[in-house]
Design a protein around this ligand. Structure first.
Ligand SMILES: C[S@@+](CC[C@H](N)C(=O)[O-])C[C@H]1O[C@@H](n2cnc3c(N)ncnc32)[C@H](O)[C@@H]1O
Length: 481
């Protein structure tokens, strides 16, 4: 239970000011347990089928069609279906930003501060395997978790970078239809869920984040196409980190405006910046969040669409510029979509032989070989030699001693019925756990060659069968312990 007397006085004062008469209800809510949630990965399974698999009529999260409340966080993280990528464990309020983002089929989406992938995994699901998702995080360790989560989800239309956001401008200026900017923040909305956030807050407070947030929004705006939109979200209440950052940006950029967020029961319309919303734990079943949707006007769109009178935002601009981001500071101004890499239709024979097991029409123009690794690029892509990539499309596998070794990512990207001879195990079959632990398993039918191991029709990974023995090819770093 969160000890309210342990909360900084300055923070409590700011909440009192923000909430007025609702303040006692908010304080009372801090004494309650934080909510946990599970978001179904619709790339792999429909929410209804998920509920049937778990024989549980999970309570739905109101603001997303594939999110549910759960009390069984631990058992869900150890379940074989988790290893099959059927769901992602996520705090319910954190499901809102990706659910509210404009993500259309065949579009280009960027998640700028993406690790460990809570929003990216949903963005990938909403793209449905087409288009492009670029997921970036500045932190190398966190980006590794992002890579794992996206691969577990089964997303292949991805580019994962570990970059300072400003470095993306050269390659992707004006490129994206939709951007998610889930900014680093002071985390006031997470105190009840994670005490470590509170301890960190005591050291740094909200002031430490406003400059970087303002800079990130500025960079995101340069990466956005005319007509596109940015979802700006934080898990903090601080007006300086939310309304002042967004409002200050809008005040300086007439070609951007705020599109009102859909209001669900309990969402609180920000009084500081109309159209943006706040989620409070005393109003909804979830933790604290702020969300705003910033749209970039289409080139021929009338300026009248800019709904905010400049005077209305005067209070924001001062705070925004206080954060020391120069008004029109252009990190890299030259518009240049990065170099296209050479794709190849000359795929090594052993890889081609392997791909014959898969019932899928491969586009020959999208194969890309980098050293011994073979990738299948997304529908759209631009790659720049100067960027640091963790993934460039779907990693199919690698050539080792002239032989093709399929990747774990490929297994996760497949559907069981795309493989010619899957080894489909029942959830109660003890070979499922043995397989996930990296052990050798056996089948009752003789076979020689690679097979896709599935649990109740959902792929887990590959084995290489020889006679009855199936050599385990499950990625060692993902093994169940
Ligand atoms: C709120 S977390 C993102 C959570 C993520 N969107 C999710 O849903 O799983 C903020 C992220 O921003 C990253 N970050 C911090 N400073 C950054 C910067 N200057 N540029 C890009 N990312 C940054 C952190 O490494 C962290 O992973």
């Amino acid at each position: 239970m969160l000890d309210i007397t342990n909360l900084p006085e300055k923070y409590l004062e700011s909440m009192k000011k923000l909430l007025g008469g609702e303040y006692p209800l908010y304080i009372e809510s801090l004494g309650k347990k934080a909510y946990s949630g599970v978001r179904v990965n619709t790339l792999k399974i429909a929410p209804q089928r998920f509920k049937e698999l778990f024989k549980n009529d999970f309570k739905p999260v109101p603001w997303t069609s594939n999110g549910f409340y759960t009390t069984q966080k631990t058992s869900l993280s150890k379940n074989p279906y988790y290893h099959a990528g059927l769901y992602y464990l996520q705090e319910p309020s954190a499901m809102a930003p990706a659910a509210l983002a404009d993500i259309k089929p065949h579009s280009k989406v960027l998640d700028l501060c993406a690790a460990p992938g809570g929003k990216s995994t949903e963005a990938a699901a909403r793209l449905g395997g087409d288009g492009l998702l670029v997921s970036n995080d500045i932190s190398a360790t966190r980006a590794k978790a992002l890579l794992k989560n996206l691969e577990l989800t089964g997303a292949g239309n991805i580019i994962i970078t570990c970059e300072k956001p400003e470095n993306l401008v050269k390659c992707f200026s004006g490129y994206f239809d939709s951007i998610i900017l889930d900014a680093p923040c002071s985390g006031e909305g997470m105190f009840r869920k994670d005490r470590a956030v509170l301890e960190e807050y005591k050291k740094r407070g909200p002031e430490a984040f406003t400059a970087i947030q303002a800079q990130l929004i500025d960079i995101a705006s340069r990466l956005l196409k005319p007509g596109g939109s940015i979802i700006y979200s934080t898990c903090t209440y601080s007006v300086a980190e939310n309304e002042y950052v967004v409002g200050g940006f809008l005040r300086l950029h007439n070609d951007f405006y705020l599109e009102p967020i859909d209001i669900y029961k309990g969402f609180y319309n920000s009084t500081h910046l109309e159209g943006s919303v706040r989620l409070f734990p005393h109003r909804i079943d979830g933790e604290g969040h702020f969300i705003a949707k910033i749209k970039r006007r289409k080139k021929d769109e009338d300026t009248d669409i800019y709904t905010y009178e400049k005077e209305d935002l005067n209070h924001c601009i001062n705070k925004y510029t206080d954060s020391k981001v120069s008004k029109n500071k252009s990190v890299i101004t030259k518009k240049k979509h990065g170099k296209r890499v050479e794709t190849t239709s000359k795929i090594p024979e052993s890889c081609m032989e392997f791909l014959k097991h898969i019932y899928r029409n491969w586009d020959r123009d999208r194969f890309y070989i980098n050293r011994e690794y073979i990738y299948y690029l997304p529908e759209f892509y631009v790659l720049d030699n100067n960027l640091h990539y963790l993934r460039t499309g779907l990693l199919l596998g690698r050539i080792k001693n002239l032989r093709f070794e399929p990747s774990q990512a490929l297994a996760m990207n497949l559907k069981a019925d795309e493989w010619d001879n899957p080894l489909d195990l029942d959830i109660d079959d003890n070979r499922v756990i043995k397989y996930l632990k990296g052990e050798t398993i056996e089948d009752t039918k003789l076979y020689d060659g690679f097979r896709l191991v599935c649990v109740c029709g959902y792929p887990l990974g590959f084995v290489k069968q020889s006679g009855y023995k199936c050599k385990n090819k499950y990625y060692p770093g993902w093994r169940m312990t």
